[in-house]
Design a protein around this ligand. Sequence first.
Ligand code: HEC
Length: 125
Amino acid sequence: MSRFSGARAMSLAVAFQLSLASSLATAADVPLTPSQEQGKKLFHATCIYCHGEKVWGTFTLERRMGKDHALLEKRDDLVGAYVKTVIRAGLGSMPPYRRTELSDADIEAIAAYLTRLNPSSKEIS
Ligand code: HEC
């Protein structure tokens, strides 16, 4: 009997810690879903040389939209459909990407990653 209640108290303590941990986590700490993780890899392989710190795409966006909107990975206002359209169609001096370069699943994953901080974007996968 006492062993049972001990185990029960332990599991309650664990549950409490888990709920505390999740309520303290900020958006930046939230672990990535598998598709966001994949998108992050693709973004770093394909986009980072123009969209990293202090490089061309980042400078161009800073000029057009201001400092807070310069680094794509820190944006909290990007919407999936817009990200996917820009990747396929290009934008200004950004080149478009064909399906042979990035598949639909690839750009879906990149969009999932870049919209993860947007509170109004619901990620299902
Ligand atoms: C050769 C450089 C280059 C590469 C590579 C590149 N971009 Fe860009 N990107 C730019 C530039 C420059 C702009 C700004 C265009 C403008 O405002 O005229 C831009 C703009 C964007 C925007 C629009 C942001 C906004 O708020 O309007 C998105 C989204 C974007 N890029 C996503 C990507 C993704 C995702 C990749 C990788 C698949 C990528 N870019 C690869 C140069 C690049």
